[in-house]
Design a protein around this ligand. Structure first.
Ligand SMILES: Cc1ncc(COP(=O)(O)O)c(C=O)c1O
Length: 455
């Protein structure tokens, strides 16, 4: 077994060659990047979509594949940030939307489609008696926190280190090391005065903070997503449930990734733990922009009800120009209905991806235990760490390399395998990825390990 430093130096000498191959394969992407830098900061619409030496510019997608501006085809293991659970542009969804497009894309009045969709979601998502739609997961988290504070009349909020709830001020902290302070400039420390963060999978830390502060809500992703696709260990979620009951705080499951992914009813159904409020996004929009919602029991949600609380100062605000627009409602309804009626898709995909995680671990074992897999259902994290991480802090602290994630991403791109990000291997595939696509990922991974360890 090579020392970590020896592997690192092999990677350093491999990188220029991989970058060269990449530039030969993607000249048009390079051109678009140069143009893009003049009008988009960093040449991208969102920093996490940037890859070194430049991002791929995708011009077409279908099923489990995407094609870049040079005509290269990739199997996509990222699927629109985890949105496209039935692949890119599933026909049932695009057909359903086509009809409404000629009747109006956005009425700006109430529409019956939102009501039907809300009814469907109330049947599919556990504990969801009432729901409101938002334009994004970020917004859904923002309104949920406001609602939780209104309901409990408390100010503090607890989030998980490495937990990502979008760019909303109060929750935009403790996402990356050192897991403290604002994650952005322009975000005064004062805004974070009531935000407390604790490590994932740590029940004692949760109890300590709940005992000490009047906490309105604990926000947790049932499976840590952007923090590395790390699964809950032991009875973590159940214990969080009990602790929040005991200390009078609301338990909020941010199911923006896990919702409709782990099961039709998301992490609540998959782990059989009920939250007080659930935050939804991504898949809920049926593949269209404007994907978000939050909901829970009527007694909490009624604090938004203007008929019960006509004075706006006595209720929790929620709204927005595009919320509940017919395109999102019809697309989301069609998709979620299909998912709820085809539960066997989950059994197949969840077992395929857990088999994949086991096989990645086996490969890692054979190659001197330089990597580990994490995740649940169709969420997969692969970590080049000394130990298997149980939380985001360990994802970063146990790393043995500064370059391996980037080198692996580059290597994958060259082999027709695509995911985000180049800093963290986490996959959010669709339920329709085939066994051979799973095998392709595994074969690419194994050949990369051979390249850095044995060649
Ligand atoms: C768990 C989680 N919550 C919230 C968000 C924010 O959602 P959006 O990007 O739609 O604002 C994300 C986005 O990736 C997420 O993964």
């Amino acid at each position: 077994m090579l020392e970590y430093s020896a592997i690192e130096s092999r990677i350093s000498s491999l990188l220029p060659q991989l970058e060269h191959e990449f530039t030969v394969k993607t000249p048009r992407s390079r051109e678009v990047f140069e143009k893009s830098r003049r009008v988009l900061p960093g040449g991208v619409t969102y920093a996490i979509r940037y890859f070194k030496p430049y991002p791929l510019y995708i011009e077409r997608a279908g099923g489990t594949r995407v094609w870049d501006v040079d005509g290269n085809e990739y199997v996509d293991y990222w699927m629109g940030h985890g949105t496209h659970i039935l692949g890119h542009s599933p026909k049932i969804v695009t057909d359903s939307v086509r009809e409404i497009l000629s009747s109006g894309t956005h009425f700006g009045y109430e529409n019956p489609y939102a009501v039907e969709y809300a009814e469907l979601l109330a049947r599919v998502v556990p504990g969801l008696e009432k729901i409101r739609f938002t334009n994004s997961g970020t917004e859904a988290n923002m309104y949920t926190l406001r609602l939780a504070r209104s309901f409990t009349k408390r100010k503090y909020v607890v989030k998980i280190e490495g937990g990502w709830h979008g760019g909303y001020d109060v929750l935009h902290t403790s996402v990356t090391p050192p897991f403290t302070g604002p994650e952005s400039t322009g975000l005064p420390e004062e805004y974070l005065r009531y935000t407390l963060s604790i490590p994932y999978n740590d029940v004692e830390a949760a109890e300590e903070v709940l005992k000490r502060y009047p906490v309105a809500a604990v926000f947790v992703e049932p499976v840590l997503g952007a923090g590395g696709c790390v699964e809950p260990t032991g009875n973590y979620l159940r214990e969080l449930r009990e602790l929040t009951y005991r200390y009078g705080s609301l338990l909020v499951f941010d199911e923006v990734i896990t919702g409709f992914r782990l099961a039709p009813g998301g992490g609540q159904e998959y782990f059989n733990v009920r939250a007080d409020l659930v935050v939804l996004g991504k898949i809920i929009g049926g593949g269209f922009a404007g994907a978000g919602a939050f909901g829970g029991s009527s007694d909490v949600m009624e604090l938004i009800d203007h008929l019960k609380y006509p004075d706006p100062r006595l209720r929790a605000f929620h709204g927005g120009t595009f919320v509940g627009n017919p395109v999102n409602m019809i697309a989301g309804y069609t998709l979620v209905k299909y998912l709820a009626e085809n539960r066997s898709l989950y059994e197949t995909a969840n077992s395929l991806w857990s088999e994949f995680r086991r096989s990645i671990d086996k490969v890692c074992e054979e190659y001197g235990r330089i990597c580990w897999s994490t995740g649940a259902g169709s969420m997969v994290g692969i970590h080049f760490t000394r130990l298997k991480p149980r939380n985001a802090r360990e994802v970063y602290e146990h790393r043995w390399s500064k370059t391996v994630e980037h080198a692996y991403h580059l290597y994958s791109r060259l082999n027709g395998v695509l995911y985000i990000s180049e800093k963290l291997v986490h996959l959010l595939p669709s339920l329709l990825h085939s066994r051979s696509e799973v095998e392709l990922f595994k074969a690419t991974f194994e050949s990369f390990l051979t390249r850095i360890l044995k060649s």
